[in-house]
Write a protein of this length. Sequence first.
Length: 182
Amino acid sequence: MDTQTREFRAEAKFQRVSPQKARLVLDLIKGRGVEEALHTVAFAKKAVAPLVEKVLRSAVQNANHLSQEQGLDVDLDNLFVKRAVANEGPRMKRIRPAPMGRAYRYQRRLSHIQIALAERAQADHLVHRVDDAPAGEEPVKPAKKTAGRQAPAKKAAHKPAKKAAAHKPAKKAAAKKSAKKK
């Protein structure tokens, strides 16, 4: 069964947010279903959340459009966030006035936000439950794995006897000065 899962992407380039701040929101939605991801982003208290929501909705619309255009059978309710990344874009160099006629340089960071959606594989044919056994047949229960596991052998308690260290008194600094030379 070598079916290739189709990916639907959306990308927002040159966004005025640092990649580090965008990743905080993107990490919240990785691996989640589209509906759950949209709810998560809607209630996130970060300033970049509306932008991430816009890119996520765009990816869903791309999936919808491509499925209609190419005749693919894509269930939009079965989509999940496969990949959500914020890559670094170019930096804008800026100058801020400083005391005594100096200038401090700083950088405005830009980011490229990418979200890729994919359809979850139907795992119904892979899962065999005990309840699903046909009538008249005994349910098949999975065997326990015992081949790889063995009880750890008890190690002999062989510890060398510690020698009682002779406690040496700390040396005292010479309090007397050497005799003066004449």
